[in-house]
Design a protein. Structure first.
Length: 575
């Protein structure tokens, strides 16, 4: 996966006209702050009303581009071989900086919505949010209104779209006994500073009785402007003890340089998405810029967003992420702009070591004398029985809730461990989850995601079954799987990564670092669904038999000759 920079001149706000840009850019500009469609001849609100009334099955293509900013994606259920054959539905995603902490009241609102408007499940995402799947047209607006009234204001605004997405932070912040860097508070500050300012969201999703208007009250976007950003923008905040957020995969990554969060190492330019057979796209890790003070973090993140706004590619969306922009401009040019144009006191410094990502399962001691408890959620899908257990525990014991980057749930503020265990046992708490199963995550993929080429969430459990049945479930080796090369579950930094290539083909990666500082390499450029289980069992067996004690499996895999690994596994595949 060698990256080859594109040699085509970039089309940017700084050098090009709107006519030279993509259709997406023209739709954004014509919307006047996400309000209008069809060049001002229609409104998003009018289409939403028709959808709610059942007059249309789905919003049109132009409205689809704006819907992402409001936190939902148009979808159609896909059948055999990926064909769109089923119901028209939507996926709705909430905004939840740092994955919480959510109150019992907020959790109850999210939990209620699963039954009232969705398929009865809550889907924890790898960016610490929650998604609702199988939301039918008439339920879409009522769901978003419910979330705004009962969960939080702007509940879904900018959870998707060409803006800053959900800001991640280590789940251990504020709970760890040895370091407290204020990452959760910082995540909320960044989310507020980079939030869209248009009034369209509230006007569209209010009811007439609540004061909906038929024209935008204001469409000003002081940060984003009428074009918004070229593509999505992601920020993550690590912790001295934990890099579960995968620091170097973020557009902007922040790593505390001390135990009190007074100084921070600034990274930017990470991202894992790629397009098959396009060498100008590739997973890339973030670049270290230097060290900044806590007081300048908001200004620094905002400055990088402005540089991306002005200099990001706006014709070819495949090349529009900040990871390509910063490499086209040059790291030193960006550092100079941060210092001279934006007043960032960026100091050259040797970066502090990045810790590995942690799992947060079972009990732990919090700094305030209470306990926390991590619940393993297979692939982030909280099904009804598990929902009931969490709901009862949260409401009965007055607990807080955090979502983790491993798609698990962390309960906080526990004063009576026995009472919690009794509640969980009453709802059928599973026996101990194997190490391989607790480490594995996957994206939803087929049959709902419109970008997916293969299944992920629906097939990974069967792969894990085979590994466990081979007696290898205790091997400390992580698997991450996605249905396409957008890589939402971050397989390129995993010790074993899998992503979809075609209708029954996958790319199988090996050798990523547990702390996210090294990308995995293709072990198989293409491997069929029929072969992948045997390949995984073979890999796990080799790690069990040959990886020396004290050596991380990902480090051992990276050091191997992959030709020899394939020979030992006994599957040729495509390389």
């Amino acid at each position: 996966m060698t990256w080859i920079p594109s040699d085509k001149p970039a089309v940017t706000l700084a050098n090009s006209s709107l006519e030279e840009m993509s259709k997406n850019e023209r739709i954004k500009v014509a919307s006047q702050g996400l309000f209008y469609l069809a060049g001002g001849q229609g409104t998003f609100a009018a289409q939403l009303d028709e959808l709610t009334a059942g007059k249309i099955e789905q919003i049109d293509n132009e409205a689809k581009e704006l819907s992402k900013f409001f936190g939902f994606y148009r979808q159609q259920i896909r059948g055999e071989r990926g064909r769109k054959v089923g119901d028209h539905v939507a996926m709705v995603r909430i905004k939840c900086p740092a994955g919480g902490e959510l109150s019992a009241k907020q959790w109850a609102a999210l939990d209620d919505a699963a039954d009232l408007f969705s398929d009865g499940t809550l889907r924890v995402t790898s960016r610490q949010g929650i998604q609702y799947h199988h939301v039918h047209g008439p339920q879409l607006a009522p769901l978003i209104r419910h979330l705004n009234r009962n969960y939080r204001d702007e509940a879904t605004l900018s959870a998707c779209g060409d803006v800053n997405r959900n800001v991640m932070a280590s789940p251990i912040d504020g709970l760890a006994t040895s370091a407290h860097v204020g990452a959760v508070a910082l995540a909320h500050e960044i989310a507020a500073a980079l939030a869209p300012r248009t009034s369209a969201y509230f006007q569209i999703f209010l009811t007439d009785d609540e004061g909906r208007t038929r024209q935008p009250l204001h469409s000003d976007e002081p940060l984003y402007g009428k074009h918004y950003l070229p593509r999505k923008f992601k920020v993550g905040i690590a912790h001295p003890e934990d890099n579960a957020i995968d620091l170097l995969t973020q557009d902007v990554g922040l790593m505390p340089a001390d135990a009190n969060g007074e100084t921070w190492d600034l990274y930017s330019g990470g991202g894992l998405g790629q397009s098959h057979n396009n060498p100008h796209t590739a997973p890339l890790l973030g670049l270290h810029h230097g060290r900044i003070e806590r007081a300048q973090i908001i200004d620094a993140v905002r400055a990088i967003a402005i540089l991306q706004r002005d200099h990001g590619e706006r014709r070819d969306r495949k090349l529009a992420r900040w990871k390509y922009t910063i490499r086209r401009l040059g790291l030193e040019t960006v550092k100079k702009a941060l210092r001279e144009e934006h007043g960032i006191r960026l100091e050259d410094a040797t970066p502090v070591p990045i810790p590995p990502g942690r799992l947060f399962l079972g009990f732990g001691d919090a700094r305030d004398g209470t306990s926390w408890y991590g619940i393993s959620v297979e692939n982030g899908r909280i099904r009804p029985a598990q929902r009931k257990a969490i709901r009862e525990a949260v409401e009965t014991l007055g607990l807080g809730v955090r979502m983790t980057p491993h798609q698990d749930v962390l309960l906080t503020g526990i004063r009576d461990r026995a009472a919690l265990l009794a509640i969980l046992a009453r709802h059928g708490r599973p026996d101990a989850v194997s190490r391989v199963r607790s480490l594995a995550i996957a994206c939803p993929a087929l049959p709902t995601c419109g970008l997916a080429m293969t299944h992920a969430e629906n097939v990974l459990p069967s792969y894990l079954d085979a590994i466990e049945q081979a007696g290898l479930g205790d091997v400390d080796l992580e698997i991450r799987m996605t249905g396409c090369p957008n890589n939402c579950a971050r397989p390129p930094t995993a010790e074993i990564g899998i992503f979809g290539y075609g209708k029954n083909d996958h790319v199988l990666l090996a050798g990523g670092a547990r702390n996210g500082t090294r990308l995995a390499r293709p072990l198989y450029a293409r491997i069929s669904g029929e072969q992948i289980v045997a390949a995984l069992v073979g890999l796990f067996r080799l790690v069990r038999e040959r990886c020396p004690a004290g050596v991380a499996p990902g480090d051992w895999l990276d050091a191997q000759d992959f030709r020899e690994l394939r020979r030992a596994i006994g599957i040729a595949g495509v390389v």
